[in-house]
Design a protein around this ligand. Structure first.
Ligand SMILES: C[S@@+](CC[C@H](N)C(=O)[O-])C[C@H]1O[C@@H](n2cnc3c(N)ncnc32)[C@H](O)[C@@H]1O
Length: 254
C-alpha cells in the first residue's frame, strides 16, 4: 500500500526551510495563491481552518485580511516548526499544530466558518480525499465555505518535465494512473526550486469526493493560468507556461 503520509512528512521535514517566505516567490505564489485568497473573501471575523498549512503563508494572509481566528494543521513537524517561527516574527495569534487532514477530531461539529486547503489534495489518495472532505463537511458550520486548490488534473499530461513547473508522469495515464504518486518540481523566481509530489486524481475523483462528503451546492471553479500581468512582471519566468491550465481553485458552500 502507498505510504504517502510518511513520504510526505519526510519530504516536507527535509525541505521546510526552503518554503519559508514573507512575500510571493514561487510560481504558484503568483499563479494560484492570490486568486485562492480572493475566493476566500470576505474573511473578516471568520473562524478559519487551514489544512496542510505548511509554513503558514496562507494562514498569515487570512489573518491579516481580518479572520478572527486561524488554525493551521500540517502533517509535517518541520513545516509546523517553521510556521511557529514566523509567528514569533509577526504575532498574528495563529495556532499551528501537527495533524492529519483526514482526521479533524480536535474540532467539533459546525465550529468553523471557512476551511482552506491550498495544494493539500495532491498529497492524498482518492480514499483519503474522501475522508478529508467528509471531515470538512462535519466541521463547517451550515453555510460555511470550503476553498481549495489543486494542480489542474490535465496539466501533468500536457507538458514535458521542464522549468518552471512540472509533474513527471508517464506519457499517458490520465485514467489508468489514478492514485499513483509522481514527483514534481516548481521553481522560484530566484532560480531555485521546490520538490513537490502528485497523487494523480481525475476531475471526476474530486467532484465525487465532494458529493460523497455531502456538498450539494454548485461549486465555483476557476482554471488558473499565466495572465498578461504575469508576463509583464517576468516574461522569461512565466512564458513557458502560457496558455496551459496550471491549477484549479474551487469554492463550495455547505
Ligand atoms: C505544497 S505544500 C502547501 C503548503 C501551504 N498550504 C501553502 O500554500 O504554502 C503542501 C502541504 O500539505 C501538507 N500535507 C500533506 N499531506 C497532509 C495531510 N495528510 N495532513 C496534513 N497536511 C498534509 C504537507 O506537509 C505540506 O506542508
Amino acid at each position: 500500500m502507498l505510504n504517502n503520509k510518511k513520504s510526505t512528512s519526510h519530504l516536507y521535514n527535509r525541505t521546510a526551510s526552503e518554503w519559508i517566505r514573507t512575500q510571493p516567490i514561487s510560481l504558484s505564489d503568483f499563479t494560484a495563491r492570490p486568486f485562492i485568497l480572493e475566493l476566500c473573501e470576505p474573511v473578516h471575523e471568520l473562524r478559519v481552518l487551514d489544512l496542510g498549512c505548511g509554513e503558514g503563508y496562507c494562514s498569515r494572509e487570512l489573518s491579516r485580511r481580518g479572520a478572527v481566528q486561524v488554525h493551521g494543521i500540517d502533517i509535517s513537524q518541520g513545516m509546523i516548526e517553521a510556521a511557529r517561527l514566523q509567528e514569533l516574527e509577526e504575532a498574528l495569534e495563529i495556532t499551528y499544530e501537527i495533524g492529519c487532514a483526514t482526521n479533524l477530531k480536535q474540532f467539533g461539529n459546525g465550529e468553523i466558518d471557512l476551511i482552506v486547503a491550498v495544494f493539500l489534495f495532491n498529497y492524498l489518495t482518492i480514499d483519503q480525499t474522501q475522508e478529508c472532505m467528509k471531515e470538512v463537511v462535519r466541521v463547517l458550520r451550515p453555510g460555511g465555505r470550503f476553498v481549495f486548490s489543486i494542480p489542474h488534473p490535465s496539466f501533468p499530461y500536457m507538458r514535458e518535465a521542464a522549468y518552471p513547473f512540472y509533474f513527471q508522469v508517464e506519457e499517458r495515464g490520465y485514467f489508468s494512473k489514478r492514485d499513483q504518486l509522481f514527483p514534481g518540481r516548481i521553481w522560484k523566481r530566484d532560480g531555485s526550486w521546490l520538490n513537490v509530489q502528485l497523487i494523480h486524481k481525475t476531475l471526476e475523483d474530486y467532484f465525487n469526493a465532494l458529493k460523497i462528503a455531502g456538498f450539494n451546492t454548485m461549486p465555483t471553479l476557476q482554471e488558473l493560468h499565466v495572465t498578461s500581468e504575469h508576463i509583464a512582471l517576468d516574461e522569461s519566468f512565466f512564458s513557458p507556461l502560457l496558455d496551459l491550465p496550471l491549477h484549479l481553485a474551487i469554492r463550495v458552500s455547505k
